[in-house]
Ligand binder design. Structure first.
Ligand code: CP
Ligand code: NVA
Length: 323
């Protein structure tokens, strides 16, 4: 049975764990049908519908996952990059949301400031999905959850073997080593609600959680599952899952030199994780794109790394959002 998702998806903090679980189960079901039965066996729920992909920043995964998902469901993905339409140059976000929204059935938008996606959502007559803002990246963390469920949940017996139980994530310890950014924020408002501990290690000056994000953590009553530190070793003790992201997010390019300096000593290596006493079977996640400074090749391309299944799972989880 499928529940009706809310009209917009700006952050997973707006969805209950039950609604997130439904999205993940739909993603598992669609992945199973597409890969092991036949792509054409998917229901064409977007038949003759258009989804506008309004991207003001670069993207590989989110764009490819969105375009292929809309097509797989029988719809038309209309990519509108920042140089294609009037947005930001000649026309306001409000007018763009009203005009584009009057002609399409949904909008997936990658923006700069989070207020931009909020403005689109306020004025669009059709659902808005956040394809990344400076504050949140909900579709990324859906893929992370799917990847972790595939790693930790036992495969149930037929006929429902594509539906693994997200409760298997309960009690897992996650160590984030690096910057505090949109990915961290989305993890913070989501993982603890699945019973996961989230330890964030970031250097002094980069370890402040945005008050809007912390308000969602306290609202969920999950502060006890969150630990903030400046010492990677503290976050890594007993960790099951180690996560990081770039130290220089899109829009921070001018801070590159000072950031590279500030994050010295935070590069994830097997030695760092092992010396800190992580779980012997620890796994590694990264949303990509990746730079070598935040994680070395041995970890990134090693047997503990889940990064490529994680990237592929962008497709199945985004498909579940469009269904
Ligand atoms: N992880 C992610 O959002 O990648 P892209 O920026 O390539 O879409
Ligand atoms: N934190 C990164 C994520 C990219 C997917 C950024 O915002 O650039």
């Amino acid at each position: 049975e499928r529940t009706t998702p809310p009209p917009h998806l700006l952050t997973l903090a707006d969805l209950s764990p039950g609604q997130i679980t439904t999205l993940l189960q739909n993603a598992m079901a669609m992945k199973h049908v597409f890969k092991t039965i036949h792509p054409k066996a998917l229901i064409g729920s977007l038949d003759r519908r258009t989804i506008a992909l309004l991207f003001s920043k670069r993207s590989t995964r989110t764009r490819v996952a969105s375009e292929t998902s809309v097509e797989a469901l029988g719809g038309h993905p209309m990519f509108l990059g920042k140089d294609d339409i009037q947005l930001g140059v000649n026309e306001t976000l409000e007018d763009t949301a009203r005009v584009v929204g009057s002609m399409v059935d949904g909008i997936m938008a990658r923006v700069g400031g989070h207020h931009e996606i909020e403005t689109l959502a306020k004025h669009s007559p059709v659902p808005i999905v956040n394809a990344l803002s400076d504050l949140y990246h909900p579709t990324q963390i859906l893929a992370d959850l799917l990847t972790l469920i595939e790693t930790y949940a036992p495969v149930p017996p037929p006929p429902s073997q594509q539906e693994r139980d997200p409760n298997s994530l309960n009690g897992k310890k996650v160590a984030w080593i690096g910057d505090t950014n949109n990915i961290t924020n989305e993890l913070l408002v989501t993982l603890p609600r699945f019973g996961m501990e989230f330890r964030l290690a970031a250097p002094e000056g980069y370890n402040k959680v945005d008050p809007r994000v912390w308000a969602r953590v306290t609202e969920a009553g999950t502060e006890n599952l969150v630990k903030l530190t400046t010492k990677p070793a503290e976050a890594l003790t007993d960790a099951d899952i180690v996560v990081t992201d770039t130290w220089i997010s899109m829009g921070q390019e001018q801070e590159k030199a000072e950031r590279l300096q500030a994050f010295k000593g935070y590069q994830i290596t097997n030695k760092m994780v092992t010396d800190a006493g992580a779980n012997a079977d620890w796994k590694f996640l990264h949303c990509l794109p990746r730079k070598q400074e935040e994680v070395d090749d041995e970890v990134f391309y090693g047997p503990r790394s889940l990064v490529f299944p994680e990237a592929e799972n962008r497709k199945w989880t985004i498909m579940a959002c469009f269904e």
